[in-house]
Write a protein that binds this ligand. Structure first.
Ligand code: TIU
Length: 225
């Protein structure tokens, strides 16, 4: 095996990645999804269901930082004038508050508002990539492809919320662009635990039709000491 290639005990089989070509992708760990008073709560969800993944992502973030590896954070949100929010997204469902309305964390899902920020324990450091995205996928209408190509990244370790919405959409977008993707099972959460489980199973089915899944401990064990 080439120097610098690491292997994770994963499903549906081992996941190998080059240390120089891997990035940790942390999807939308924002106050708007994880705290009361934000977008997730406005949609009627129990935001506490997303809490278990927080410390797990914290451990992965610390390990990637310690090894000087590429780290990408994403944030879902819109411009204050909502010019990047399609009417279909704005009008969907019957939420208690809509995107752009004033809530306990500022305007719902609007860039620069308190709710748009990444939660304090996972705050990006200078030099880490931060991608603002108007959609559920992190590639649509963002510079993510350019940023990954510039760093010669070929393999993505994917974490964040919610598993079957922004995480799965991003993983499918990445898979179609040729990235090898590993979803970390305990570093992602959903407001619907059964949807999380289904998403994990569907990405690794059919020989890894979308990618691989593994535990955070398996990924951490694969890193150099
Ligand atoms: N509603 C829901 O489950 N998720 C989102 O709206 N965005 C993300 O997943 N980040």
């Amino acid at each position: 095996m080439a120097a610098g290639v690491r292997t994770v005990d994963a499903l549906p089989g081992p996941f190998s990645y080059p240390l120089a070509g891997v990035a940790l992708v942390i999807i939308d760990m924002q106050r708007d999804f994880l705290e009361p008073g934000g977008f997730g709560a406005a949609l009627g969800n129990t935001v506490g269901l997303l809490a278990p993944s927080i410390p797990v992502i914290g451990r992965l973030l610390a390990a990637f930082r310690a090894h000087g590896l590429t780290i990408v954070h994403t944030r879902e949100g819109h411009r204050p004038d909502l010019s990047d929010c399609p009417p279909a997204k704005l009008g969907r469902g019957r939420p208690s508050m809509r995107i752009g309305d004033h809530g306990a964390l500022g305007r719902i899902l609007i860039q620069g508002e308190p709710g748009h920020a990444i939660i304090p324990s996972l705050t990006p450091l200078p030099g880490e990539v931060v991608i603002d995205k108007p959609g559920k996928g992190a590639f649509y209408a963002t510079p993510l492809s350019t940023e990954l190509t510039r760093r010669s990244i070929t393999h993505l370790v994917i974490t964040g919320v919610t598993t079957e919405v922004c995480v799965q959409t991003t993983m499918r977008e990445a898979n179609d662009r040729g990235y090898e993707c590993l979803l970390i099972e305990d570093a992602t959460d959903s407001y619907f635990p059964s949807f999380k489980q289904a998403a994990l199973e569907m990405v690794r089915a059919q020989g890894g039709i979308v990618g691989w899944t593994a535990t955070s401990n398996a990924l951490l064990k694969s890193l150099p000491p």
